[in-house]
Design a protein. Structure first.
Length: 271
């Protein structure tokens, strides 16, 4: 979808350049993850899925800036060098902020950290790889693939987007620059108001899950045998079975209780 969005205003060649960054960044991220001692599992794959929307950001910015220089009359090679140098500091800064946002999750302590650490690590190594790709490989590919076939204003889609920006955004920008104090204080007020909603939202590492089961722990006096404990569990199980909404139950006696519970929603086509 991101490549298609890039295809509309920038054209087919620019989309092909941006598309290169996705498999390269993922491959470099998987290699880095393996070197750090992690494996591919559901959590690490979830990290890669999260990073998918972030992989092409730097490449899109670099590619668009290179094409802008080409529309200004520069050769592809000069445009690749100049455009990348011009935007490199901004790309480094924006990606650095993104990496610092995920960095605290990689240092979570105790069991919670051991459980989720691979997810932020997967995001960190993949996004860092996309930064390297956007500043090294993307300029080279852009200098070979991009052609200036639309003139200095770009294609019709890009012209319409720029026209909409000038019609709607330019007046707002001028008003903000003419009223700097009001703009700054208004922005700060919005940020403070957003922070004020945190007590209403609440915070937690994992949200409470609506599990379709509950557990009843039965403890018998010290020294009771397995037979006495089994009888007590059966009595409690019979009482629980009379509760409305109970469709099934499972009894365990001793230390062989399950440690992981998995909810399976049956489908009608399952046999």
């Amino acid at each position: 979808a991101l490549v298609l969005i890039t295809l509309i205003p920038l054209g087919l060649r620019a989309s092909m350049v941006v598309m290169v960054s996705i498999p390269l960044s993922l491959a470099m991220g998987i290699f880095a993850l393996a070197q750090l001692g992690y494996t591919l599992n559901q959590i690490s794959i979830a990290g890669f899925i999260i990073s998918l929307g972030l992989l092409v950001d730097d490449s899109i910015v670099v590619t668009e800036n290179i094409e802008r220089h080409m529309r200004g009359g520069e050769t592809p090679t000069d445009a690749a060098i100049t455009g990348t140098k011009e935007i490199s500091l901004a790309v480094l800064g924006s990606t650095g902020v993104l990496l610092f946002a995920f960095l605290p999750l990689a240092f979570l302590p105790e069991t919670s950290g051991d459980f989720v650490r691979v997810l932020p690590v997967a995001v960190l190594v993949t996004v860092a790889s996309s930064l390297i790709v956007s500043l090294t490989i993307i300029p080279f590919v852009a200098s070979r693939l991009l052609k200036n076939n639309h003139g200095p204003e770009g294609n019709k889609v890009l012209q319409s987007i720029n026209g909409a920006i000038h019609r709607f955004y330019q007046p707002i920008l001028h008003w903000g620059l003419q009223n700097p104090k009001l703009t700054v204080w208004g922005s700060l007020s919005i940020c403070v108001a957003a922070l004020g909603t945190l007590p209403l939202i609440g915070t937690s590492l994992f949200p409470a899950s609506d599990s379709p089961y509950f557990m009843v722990r039965v403890e018998t006096p010290e020294g009771s045998g397995m037979a006495a404990t089994d009888r007590a569990v059966r009595d409690v199980s019979q009482i629980v079975s009379t509760f409305p909404g109970i469709t099934g139950r499972m009894d365990n006696v001793g230390r062989g209780n399950p440690q992981i519970y998995y909810n399976n929603i049956p489908r009608e086509d399952d046999t």
